[in-house]
Design a protein around this ligand. Sequence first.
Ligand code: ADP
Length: 252
Amino acid sequence: MKNIIEVSNLVKNYGDFQAVKGISFDVKEGEIFGLLGPNGAGKSTTLEIIETLREKTSGTIIVDGLNIDTNPNDIKKIIGVQLQTSGFYPGLNLVELINLFCGLYNQEADPKTLLEKVNLYDKAKSKVKELSGGQKQRFSIATTLINKPKIIFLDEPTTGLDPQARRNLWDLIRDIRDQGTTVILTTHYMDEAEVLCDRVAIIDEGKIIAIATPDKLIDDLVATGFERPKEMKQANLEDVFINLTGHDIREL
Ligand code: ADP
């Protein structure tokens, strides 16, 4: 599969502090790629540089064949970046917001079709503040799709959501990937990365310390002789929660 993003020797200094220490990685077209790592590892810095929102100190970045140094504006046209919904105009409803974004991006998009895609068709006339957490996240994902991007960037898309809403979002992200869009996301939920990401990079103190499929990383750890303390039960509290409250989304 073709590399849609190629990062080589990326460095970012903030004054004397080196937040990103010469990392290199590729993202393949059509995959869900996870960037994992503790707070302060350099994930947001790395993503924001690729998104053309932050200047790098050095290194090379190629996005879909475009060099970020010479073609940042062409890169902007083929990516979708998730914004926090708190920044959306509070007085506008979802259709009005999408129309506003269309104007900003100079794009034609049918708000109803977009809302249908993220299962918010019934909320077309609602304001963002009237949405639940999961609905807000789905709406902000919808806004990343307005310019029909080849790649979308999602920063902790499921943080703070209940278990059903998280699963619902995983389905949405998979649908987007299945329709041909490459997805790069960050998450602190390892269960999420394990089921959702085709490959993950683990970044720590500005360096990539592992990059592979979740399966391969787990197999490599097991091969070292690692054994998880035996779980005594066949289910966990999350299973109880899902079992009791059902798999349906409450917030449609
Ligand atoms: P992550 O997204 O993995 O939590 P960040 O990329 O936000 O990490 O931050 C990496 C490091 O760079 C942290 O130590 C953070 O304090 C520092 N940092 C981030 N942004 C700035 C900035 N604008 N000025 C100075 N230091 C920054």
